[in-house]
Design a binder for this molecule. Structure first.
Ligand code: SF4
Length: 260
């Protein structure tokens, strides 16, 4: 947890510099898979490899260390001193909408986001409907520096989540179409400000078809939604860079610029 190479967490400055983002986890673990996208969950794999037992039905996530939980304040100070903005992906080892989050952990995150105004938070969940019921009283139409995203890996679970996240107030809603497992068909992107596409990585990866990606990119373009192609998928992480059929697809949402 700290600086990350995940491409979509980067921030591109006005003079073209690419600033890496951060990953942050208030807790570690996930008590229940939430759809087909979870089958080869990299976080569960990483947890197992590091000797943990915090993923899967019947487990209980653990709070991360206080030092770790306070890191965003330091990142915010650094960003402020440098006159920059940085993105924070929350969380890479948790789901912000987990029903079994450690007591008080989710509640502790909200004032942290408010207090770190130089950071742009990307909150990703596979439980958008549930998360929508847990937002704090001062959330209003969304904190200016918080985006809500959900995973859309297939039609069955993903398209339902897409409908659900539209109902949740946020300054920016985004879709993580990763791992893309099938052709999503026609998608309505009303209310969505950013789409990230990626194939599955790892040894048991399920291959993604080029045509499925074509169709999503075409619909993003038709509906005026920025699209970011993360990776083609395969054994290596970030295989193929952001190239889709030889074209770099790396578009960013109007977010910080838009709301400030
Ligand atoms: S919801 Fe996220 S963290 Fe939990 S099993 Fe699925 S992919 Fe892993």
């Amino acid at each position: 947890m700290g600086v990350t190479t995940i491409g979509w967490t980067a921030t591109v400055t006005a003079d073209g510099r690419v600033l890496p983002g951060y990953t942050h986890n208030e807790w570690w673990g996930c008590s229940a898979p939430a759809g087909d996208g979870c089958l080869n969950c990299y976080a569960a794999f990483l947890d197992k490899r590091t000797g943990g037992a915090y993923f899967g039905i019947g487990t209980a996530p653990r709070l991360t260390s206080e030092r770790n939980r306070n890191q965003p304040y330091r990142w915010n100070r650094l960003a402020e001193a440098a006159g920059e903005r940085r993105k924070v992906f929350c969380g890479s080892m948790m789901d912000i909408g987990d029903k079994n989050a450690p007591g008080g952990a989710r509640e502790a995150l909200w004032p942290k986001i408010v207090a770190t105004g130089n950071l742009d938070w990307l909150l990703l969940t596979k439980r958008p409907s549930y998360l929508g019921r847990l937002l704090p009283e001062d959330w209003g139409c969304g904190y200016p520096n918080a985006a809500l995203g959900t995973t859309v890996e297939n039609r069955k679970s993903g398209l339902r989540r897409l409908e659900q996240i539209r109902e949740v107030p946020a300054r920016l809603r985004f879709l993580s179409v990763e791992p893309l497992l099938e052709d999503l068909g026609d998608i309505n992107l009303t209310g969505i400000g950013w789409v990230i596409i990626g194939g599955e990585s790892g040894h048991r990866c399920r291959p993604m078809q080029t045509e499925w990606v074509d169709r999503i990119i075409a619909q993003c373009r038709e509906q005026g939604v920025p699209v970011f192609f993360k990776q083609v998928g395969g054994k290596a992480t970030d295989a193929g860079g952001c190239l889709h059929k030889g074209e770099e697809i790396k578009e960013w949402p109007l977010w910080s610029q838009d709301v400030r």
